[in-house]
Ligand binder design. Structure first.
Ligand SMILES: C[S@@+](CC[C@H](N)C(=O)[O-])C[C@H]1O[C@@H](n2cnc3c(N)ncnc32)[C@H](O)[C@@H]1O
Length: 198
């Protein structure tokens, strides 16, 4: 019988998922050239597909925790033969840890992440201090971060966190690509925050 605790087993499984994802990312990134982007919470893949169509010389990775959404996104990319973009089913913090150290991450996109309006769920918000820290660890100097939301309260809360975080400097970056996404089309855009890893 194993003497490991449940927590130890969960940590081992997490580490194994990260190792496998990192291998897949590394092999995908090694097959191409050009600027790299990671879309966190890519959902059904509308936006990453459109970005891929407009950026043939870049390498784009999308991740989402929901398998069905990833399957829909994969179908969109493969129908259009957009081999320089790929999507993985992965939890966001695991995807950030898995990003291969050997490849600079040029841009991170966080488009309409869940606002988690209840206070007790605030730890899940992707623009909280811990998540900004995870993104800063995967990033390197000059990495650009693009965030958009339809939610005014979430926007203000996020802006405070960006302003307070020493690794991210809020900067007026032009929005790199306009396209619809499932949630953008449904809810619109309240505001954007763009920042650079310092
Ligand atoms: C509100 S939707 C936005 C989807 C897409 N970006 C759009 O604009 O239509 C948020 C997405 O983030 C994904 N998500 C939530 N938490 C996640 C996590 N911890 N790791 C990866 N994906 C996550 C959800 O499955 C969902 O597809």
């Amino acid at each position: 019988m194993s003497s490991k605790t449940g927590r130890e087993i969960a940590e081992e499984r997490r580490a194994e998922r990260i190792r496998l994802l990192s291998e897949k990312m590394e092999s995908f990134l090694a097959a191409g050239e050009g600027r790299t982007s990671l879309e966190i919470g890519c959902g059904h893949g509308h936006w990453i597909t459109s970005l891929a169509e407009n950026s043939p010389n870049e390498r784009l990775i999308g991740v989402d925790i929901i398998s069905r959404r990833i399957r829909l996104a994969e179908t969109k990319l493969s129908k259009r033969k957009l081999d320089h973009a790929c999507v993985f089913k992965a939890e966001a913090t695991e995807a950030l840890e898995a990003w291969p150290e050997s490849v600079p991450l040029d841009r991170i996109f966080l488009l309409h992440p869940d606002p988690w309006p209840k206070k007790r769920h605030a730890k899940n918000r992707m623009t909280g201090p811990l998540f900004l820290e995870r993104m800063a660890e995967a990033a390197s100097q000059g990495t650009e971060l693009y965030f958009r939301t339809d939610d005014p309260v979430f926007y203000e809360w996020s802006r405070e966190n960006f302003d307070a975080h020493s690794a991210w400097k809020v900067a007026e970056l032009p929005w790199p690509h306009e396209a619809g996404s499932y949630f953008k089309d449904m809810l619109g855009v309240h505001g954007a925050i763009t920042a650079v890893r310092v």
